[in-house]
Design a protein around this ligand. Structure first.
Ligand code: NAP
Ligand code: ZN
Length: 349
């Protein structure tokens, strides 16, 4: 099937229109016309080559919402016209223990990313959601709940699940004290989801500049990580901290904010941290952990949770030809919401 998207052709080039083919449907495939796609900082890291060299041309995008256009002969769970979604994975081995217990993101044989991964069957490079269509095996297609506004759903597919998963894993419940470092795409979803679970949430930001946004999202306050006195006054104040910072950074100011047995979960940066002092860990059994997106079953769970609790990402709709400007804004880190591409804008190309 012929389609069109926006692709990067090298680490230092802008995204430009790109015509390419989606595969013919296999028996278990669903063909989706994409209506919206969120713009994740991971898209930027990937096309910039921050995580290693890439198989360009590369169409990013893994917060995908759309409508089923056609189905393979063996597809049972979806029909033409269904509102569906695709997140960060489009395949995994389906045979290992991790796949069997619904954590395909930790597949022993490696997950297949929505873009930039070799397809498990024909070896072609997967291409993501900054495009008009996508073809995905049905096991990796999610259902958009009936009452959900599809124009505001896309960021749940990555920013939502990536923060929901650790909130669940660390058993956040009414009364839990949660800190969120970095109020961007992931951070703002972490705040909304933790608040919906009944937690008391504080944003830990580089400054107080985003205070009004933090409060609107339901946070009880904002701590400026640049203010040492403020951090000292908040020692032992959190059970869980979710760290969404996308760059190399220093964890030492944050560890004493955890209570005994508290955990700081890194979901942002991949790569080396600044040197970490072990005192707070040893003296308070505090932990540093990491977490990668979430499994397919849990991705459906967060979609359903958001529909039930009326939790929506803050989405700023953009046209696809504004994507390079959106990447620049994302690189600056001044957003406290998500850009979402309205794929209708791709018709004009
Ligand atoms: P984003 O919208 O750009 O938000 C990141 C936030 O981090 C910024 O809004 C800013 O918040 C803070 N920040 C930015 N630069 C900083 C710096 N130099 N030092 C300290 N804080 C800084 O990005 P995002 O889409 O939320 O993604 C965040 C990170 O998560 C990215 O690295 C992305 O690749 C990663 N990610 C991981 C997973 C996973 O599965 N683990 C999934 C998706 C994304 P303040 O202004 O409040 O400080
Ligand atoms: Zn993402």
């Amino acid at each position: 099937m012929k389609t069109v998207g926006y692709a990067a052709h090298s680490a230092d080039s802008e995204l430009v229109p790109y015509h390419f083919e989606r595969r013919e449907l296999r028996a278990n495939d669903v063909a989706i016309e994409i209506t919206y796609c969120g713009v994740c900082h991971s898209d930027l890291h990937t096309v910039n080559g921050d995580w290693g060299s890439q198989p360009y041309p590369l169409v990013p995008g893994h917060e995908i919402v759309g409508i089923v256009k056609s189905i393979g002969t063996g597809v049972n769970n979806y029909k033409v016209g269904d509102h569906v979604a695709v997140g960060c994975m489009v395949d995994s081995c389906q045979e290992c223990d991790q796949c069997h217990h619904g954590e395909e993101q930790y597949c022993r044989n490696g997950l297949t990313g929505t873009y930039g991964s070799p397809d498990r069957i024909d070896g072609t490079t997967t291409q993501g959601g900054y495009s008009k269509h996508i073809v995905v095996r049905e096991e990796f297609v999610l259902r958009i709940p009936e009452k959900m506004d599809t124009s505001r759903a896309a960021p749940i597919l990555c920013a939502g699940i990536t923060t929901f998963s650790p909130l669940r894993e660390w058993n956040v419940k009414p009364g839990s004290r949660v800190g969120v470092i970095g109020l961007g795409g992931l951070g703002h979803m972490a705040v909304k989801l933790a608040v919906a679970m009944g937690a008391e949430v504080t944003v830990i930001s580089r400054s107080k500049r985003k205070e009004a946004e933090a409060q609107q999202l339901g946070a009880k306050g904002i701590l400026a990580s640049s203010d040492e006195d403020e951090l000292t006054a908040s020692a032992n104040a959190f059970d869980l901290i979710i760290d969404t910072v996308p760059k190399k950074h220093d964890l030492n100011p944050y560890m004493p904010l955890l209570d005994v047995d508290g955990t700081l979960v890194i979901v942002g940066q991949i790569g080396p941290l600044e040197e970490v002092m072990t005192y707070p860990m040893v003296l308070g059994r505090r932990r540093i952990a990491g977490s990668l997106i979430g499994g397919i079953e849990q991705t459906q769970e967060v979609l359903d949770f958001c529909a039930e609790h009326n939790v929506y990402p803050e989405c700023e709709l953009i046209e696809i030809d504004q994507i390079n400007g959106a990447f620049e804004r994302l690189a600056e880190g001044d957003l406290s919401h998500r850009f979402v591409i309205d794929m209708k804008s791709l018709d004009a190309d």
